[in-house]
Design a binder for this molecule. Structure first.
Ligand code: PEP
Ligand code: MG
Length: 292
């Protein structure tokens, strides 16, 4: 059980709350609400302090995940009609490689202070992952930095469906169920009228999770969940039963989810996952989970 964090103070809190690491460091906090990009040194200091706060436990640093819905004054972008389908996440970073290079350099410099891993958001296609990996490898050689594990978020259905190809090349996957649900069901994740229907326990989303886990394990790789579903008490047994290896959750949820996992047998979790996969709708999955 690891934590989702957004800063140095969070890192200390997560460690104190019993997180076994950080499954998602959202680095956007360093970039938003300011008039110029953070310098490499400024970033390095933050990543270093977070690595130190976790005392040798792994920290997955997600590269910048912004897009048209979160305007940043120093990144000029064309107005987009559908920002969630536009230049987001890794797409934006690959279109502005200097931004990504600076961030990766800062992470690689901080790597010796703890156990940092790098993860790329919004990957939809192998070419994006390969381009991002090439940048890391080039900078790693330049800085004489140690090997560092590289992974991708699975939050676009195309990446889940082609997880077998990605699994051969990445070190790990982290499933972002917030966006994976949004893109699978074609429902805006923040839409007030759709909130009740946009459910990560939808069987279509569960099938994509199953597909991802099977592909990862067949290649000897591991899979985490870093979307909110990972702390949903009805989802926890199902996700573990599907074979998910790590849950990355908000800090306040850590004690409760740890207690829930301790009380669960793998056999029971697998049974609940099979029950969920046999359902046709999300309410049906939730009804079964509630009565399990
Ligand atoms: C997700 O999409 O599930 C995720 C964890 O990333 P974010 O919520 O930052 O988009
Ligand atoms: Mg996301």
């Amino acid at each position: 059980i690891v934590a989702n964090i957004g800063g140095v103070a969070d890192a200390r809190k997560a460690h104190a709350a019993g997180a076994e690491g950080v499954g998602l460091l959202r680095t956007e906090f360093l970039f938003l609400e300011r008039t110029s990009a953070p310098t490499e040194t400024e970033q390095f200091e933050v990543y270093r302090d977070i690595a130190v706060a976790l005392a040798g436990n792994p920290v997955i640093v997600r590269t910048l995940d912004i897009g048209g819905d979160k305007p940043v004054p120093y990144i000029t972008m064309l107005p987009e009609e559908n920002p969630f389908l536009g230049e987001r996440g890794i797409r934006l970073c690959l279109a502005r490689p200097e931004l990504l290079r600076q961030q990766v350099r800062a992470i690689l410099r901080a790597a010796p202070y703890g156990k940092l891993r790098i993860m790329f958001p919004m990957v939809a296609d192998l070419s994006e992952w390969r381009a991002a990996r090439a940048i890391v490898e080039e900078l790693r050689a330049e800085l004489y930095a140690p090997q560092i594990e590289l992974g991708i978020m699975i939050e676009v259905p195309s990446a889940a469906l082609l997880a077998n190809f990605f699994a051969a090349e990445v070190d790990f996957f982290s499933i972002g169920t917030n966006d994976l649900t949004q893109y699978t069901l074609a429902m805006d994740r923040g839409h007030p009228n759709l909130a009740g229907k946009s459910d990560g326990l939808h069987p279509a989303v569960l099938k994509l999770i199953q597909c991802t886990v099977e592909a990862a394990h067949a290649a000897g790789k591991w899979v985490g969940i870093c979307g909110e579903l990972g702390a949903d008490p009805q989802a926890v047994p199902i996700l573990i039963g599907l074979g998910v290896d790590e849950l990355s959750i908000s800090i306040p949820a850590i004690p409760m989810v740890k207690a829930q996992v301790r009380d669960l047998t793998l056999e029971e979790a697998r049974r609940r996952a099979q029950d969920a996969l046999a359902c046709a709708t999300a309410p049906e999955v939730r009804r079964k989970a509630a009565n399990a």
